[in-house]
Design a protein around this ligand. Structure first.
Ligand SMILES: [Zn+2]
Length: 235
């Protein structure tokens, strides 16, 4: 089976900064979220190829973004934006009106939308429709996400943290995977040491260069009724 082709479209770029407020520019945030989303998809899933409409701070017209996805014959198009204009939270858009692939487009959007709201805890502004060029001109199911308001103090504070941009990106990766039924990577390394599939937890109560200091810690713990042992390792 051929790979699933996912296009991710970081909104704005170059001389078009998008919305700006609270020391933030939409074009920077959308690019970071898009790049992180691509990283997460490649880290977690197989059978997917991810293409970005831009990978750096350059201007790409709306029609060129859609044409890029059409040329690739992409399976899905996801445009990433940050909102502005006095509001708070997350909303998503699909193309309005009636078209043959609308129910599929809607179903994919619903899964992505619900996953992002659940994982980011953004206030849910709802599932919407609009006549946006990237949604209208793309030939495959397309969605546009508006990830918080840059001119809202609470949303802007959230967006200032790189960890939160990663959280938004991971939510996009999870949501797209769930919507499209992507296969998790089989050979992922376990994140915790395991023996025969069973996970053990080790409590570390100190690390010492001198053995007698370690022995003293064991005595202190024993005096408090806590059994412990010394584990030797080389670093
Ligand atoms: Zn935008």
């Amino acid at each position: 089976m051929s790979d699933f082709i996912q296009v991710i479209d970081p909104g704005h770029g170059g001389y078009d900064p998008g919305a700006t407020a609270n020391g933030l520019r939409e074009k920077d945030l959308t690019l970071k979220i898009a790049l992180y989303t691509r990283d997460y998809i490649y880290e977690l899933y197989e059978g997917v190829k991810v293409y970005l409409t831009r990978e750096k701070d350059v201007f790409v017209s709306l029609s060129e973004r859609a044409a890029f996805a059409n040329r690739l014959n992409a399976d899905h198009f996801c445009s990433i934006h940050i909102n502005a204009g006095g509001g708070e939270g997350f909303e998503s858009y699909i193309y309005r009106g009636s078209y043959s692939s609308k129910s599929k487009t809607q179903a994919l959007r619903n899964v992505l939308h619900d996953t992002i709201v659940a994982e980011t805890k953004f206030k849910n502004r709802g599932k919407k429709e609009a006549d946006y060029a990237v949604l209208r001109e793309t030939k495959m199911p397309a969605v546009l996400t508006e990830n918080g308001f840059i001119d809202n103090k609470d949303d802007a504070d959230f967006l200032k943290s790189d960890a939160n941009l990663r959280k938004i990106a991971l939510a996009h990766a999870h949501g797209l995977a769930k919507a499209h039924g992507w296969k998790p990577k089989a050979n992922k390394k376990p994140s915790r040491p395991s023996v025969g599939g069973k996970v053990f937890y080790r409590v570390v109560a100190g690390s010492f260069v001198e053995r007698e200091n370690a022995e003293r810690r064991v005595k202190e713990l024993k005096a408090k009724g806590i059994e412990s042992f010394i584990d030797e390792y080389r670093a």
